[in-house]
Design a protein around this ligand. Structure first.
Ligand SMILES: C[S@@+](CC[C@H](N)C(=O)[O-])C[C@H]1O[C@@H](n2cnc3c(N)ncnc32)[C@H](O)[C@@H]1O
Length: 295
């Protein structure tokens, strides 16, 4: 690993060395990532980095900057180093306990808003909430909604609760620890939910070692969908059904090539009608919407 130039360190030299470090390591967006990491480490803006290139950098700041840059070179995801990721126009805290929210997951929020937003006071559940991005975005978008958000990971829920607090929705989002919908038992929600939404782990277990190195740093529990990647859909179709209101909707994110299997599983499990499959920006079938057949 290259070492940092010694005295005197300035914004300009650090920016140049950071860019060189990330470029030489083959990071795709080296210029942008170096700038974001330096902005974070030096608590400054990209504009200041450029126009104040002679500004001296304290030893503490340069050590922090170098530490972030070298961690990035070693494969840590940029978002974990920056500590945040934008989702649905809101800034979310992220870290190694949670999956980094992806842009395609915003489609789920749009679908639920369209369905549940028609109701005066919709009840919605987000299963496997991770950073809380879906639950919090829904609560922000639907001021009359009550959202129940579950996750098996206590560490993820701690991040999700901070995100709920950050966006002022803790009174309307209940974060509950436990296995899928189990934490909803005893809350009187049977037959009440306008929508159950989930972005469950869906990577087939054998594919995990071949994932991009940054993705392999995300929690295994957020990725591993069992031998065929479909284990969570089987359970969600069965376990969510008793909680859906008549005509209520299940909105599921699926991996590439999984939509057909999930639709078939829903048909075989009975009690669901297909409302639609939505494609993401890369034209991949990404979201399956199913309606509880009961009227
Ligand atoms: C793919 S991540 C989705 C996180 C977030 N909803 C998002 O879209 O960015 C799946 C989440 O499900 C959680 N999870 C995995 N198995 C679970 C289970 N049996 N019960 C509840 N949550 C589970 C993981 O901890 C992880 O946070």
């Amino acid at each position: 690993m290259p070492t940092l130039t010694q005295e005197p360190m300035t914004y300009g030299i650090l920016a140049w060395e950071g860019l060189a470090l990330l470029s030489n390591a083959g990071i795709a967006n080296a210029a942008q990532e170096a700038r974001w990491l330096l902005e974070r480490a030096l608590q400054t803006t990209g504009l200041r980095l450029r126009v104040e290139s002679d500004r001296p950098v304290s030893e503490e700041h340069r050590n922090l900057a170098w530490s972030l840059l070298t961690r990035r070179v070693a494969g840590e995801p940029l978002q974990y180093l920056l500590g945040t990721q934008e989702f649905c126009g809101l800034e979310f805290e992220v870290g190694p306990a949670v999956l980094i929210p992806r842009p395609e997951t915003e489609l789920l929020v749009g679908e639920v808003r369209e369905i549940a937003g028609r109701e005066a006071a919709p009840l919605v559940a987000d299963i496997g909430t991770g950073s809380g991005c879906i639950a919090v975005a829904l609560a922000c978008a639907m001021p009359n909604a009550q959202v129940y958000a579950t996750d098996r990971s206590a560490e993820a829920l701690a991040v999700a609760r901070r995100n709920g607090g950050r966006h002022g929705v803790m009174e309307r989002v209940r974060f509950l620890e436990g296995d899928l919908l189990a934490p909803l038992a005893g809350l009187g929600l049977e037959g009440q939910l306008a929508a159950v939404v989930s972005n469950p782990p869906y990577i087939p277990a054998d594919d995990l070692p071949g994932l991009q190195r940054e993705v392999r740093r995300e929690p295994r529990a957020a990725l591993d969908g069992g031998p065929d990647g479909l284990a969570f859909y089987r359970r969600l179709l069965r376990e969510a059904k008793p909680y859906l209101a008549p005509g209520g909707t299940m909105v599921l994110e699926v991996g590439q090539g999984q939509a057909e299997s999930v639709c078939r599983m829903a048909e075989e499990s009975g009690g669901y009608g297909l409302c639609g499959v939505r494609r993401d920006g890369a034209d991949i079938e990404r979201v399956v919407c199913l309606q509880n057949d009961e009227c």
